[in-house]
Design a protein around this ligand. Structure first.
Ligand code: ITT
Length: 192
């Protein structure tokens, strides 16, 4: 079964394909066609996930999955949240901004969220799920794996940041893998 993955983020696409491979299901994710450029003007992860999925559905009229994700920091009232990809110009500057905003703050609890929306070939929402991964923000970036805010995200009950985990380890626990496993379980059920 082919599913269009409504994303332009190559790291996300890679992680999603790796998770699917490790589970060994007959689902193949393909990229959206040229011209896929959704306006992410929703106010929640769920809304933006739907906007991306629906935009890709309009172009393909087939099964579509979208991932809207981001980092939510308690002490910053949930920021960067849905603005995670736009918090500053580059990934390094985004990390710098977060660390600056948390300067002097000891309570650094945070979580990653991933809202997935699956749309069927009729253009209806077939399934949605929000996955979460808990942790906290350390004071200095560590690690080179993963992407985005991974180097400053200390995984709960672990001494490592997300960027210090191997790809496989991240894919066992990440917000994205939690959401994707639910989506795949659902797809497996309905395609049996
Ligand atoms: P698409 O909309 O094309 O999928 P995007 O990168 O713009 O790509 P989002 O709007 O969902 O995607 O923003 C996600 C941002 O949240 C991403 O760019 C990172 O900054 C951050 N993020 C999401 N998942 C992450 C992860 O697993 N590790 C680190 N940062 C993550």
């Amino acid at each position: 079964m082919k599913v269009v993955l409504a994303s332009s983020n190559k790291h996300k696409v890679q992680e999603i394909n790796d998770i699917v491979k490790s589970i060994g299901l007959g689902v193949e994710f393909v990229l959206p066609p040229e011209g896929f450029d959704p306006e992410e003007n929703g106010t929640t992860f769920e809304e933006n996930s739907y906007i991306k999925a629906y935009e890709a559905w309009k172009l393909t009229k087939t099964w579509v999955l979208a991932d809207d994700s981001g980092l939510c920091i308690d002490a910053l009232g949930g920021k960067p949240g849905i603005f995670s990809a736009r918090y500053a110009e580059t990934p390094a500057l985004r990390i710098e901004r977060v660390l600056k905003e948390l300067n002097g703050i000891e309570e650094r609890k945070a979580h990653f969220t991933c809202a997935m929306t699956l749309i069927n070939p009729q253009g209806e929402v077939e399934y949605k799920y929000q996955g979460i991964c808990e942790g906290s923000i350390i004071k200095e970036a560590r690690g080179t794996n993963g992407f985005g805010y991974d180097p400053i995200f200390l995984v709960k009950d672990d001494s490592r940041t997300m960027a210090e985990l191997s790809e496989d380890e991240k894919n066992q626990i990440s917000h994205r893998s939690v959401a994707l496993r639910h989506v795949l379980e659902y797809l497996q059920k309905i395609t049996k």
